[in-house]
Design a protein around this ligand. Structure first.
Ligand code: FES
Length: 103
């Protein structure tokens, strides 16, 4: 386990996604339904940033072709993407949000 502090919880608005670089990995941090989730910031269908997509009810929607991904599992819920996006463990410690990209 190697959790790294990425931002403050108060930096993340509900139903939003933000791009961060954590230990050289592009990470999309999303806040939805009171939870903070981290995924690789790259759609599994083409190389575009998921952090530019819309977050809604525990999912992020890719802005390019509209696949939605479950923020908890990284699995696509609708086409055209068929492969899951890598997810990373998140820990919220007070107002600090920590992510482990080395798991
Ligand atoms: S690039 Fe994301 S769905 Fe096509």
């Amino acid at each position: 386990m190697s959790f790294v502090r990425v931002c403050a919880l108060s930096d993340l608005a509900d139903d939003s996604a933000t791009a961060f670089e954590v230990d050289g990995v592009a990470v999309c941090l999303a806040r939805s339904q009171g939870e903070v989730l981290a995924l690789l910031d790259e759609c599994s269908h083409a190389e575009v940033a998921l952090s530019d997509g819309e977050v809604h009810a525990g999912t992020v929607e890719c802005w390019l072709h509209g696949s939605r991904f479950d923020l908890r599992t990284g699995k696509p819920i609708g086409p055209p993407a068929t492969e899951a996006v890598t997810t990373y463990p998140v820990r919220v410690d007070g107002d600090d949000v920590l992510v482990d990209v080395k798991e």
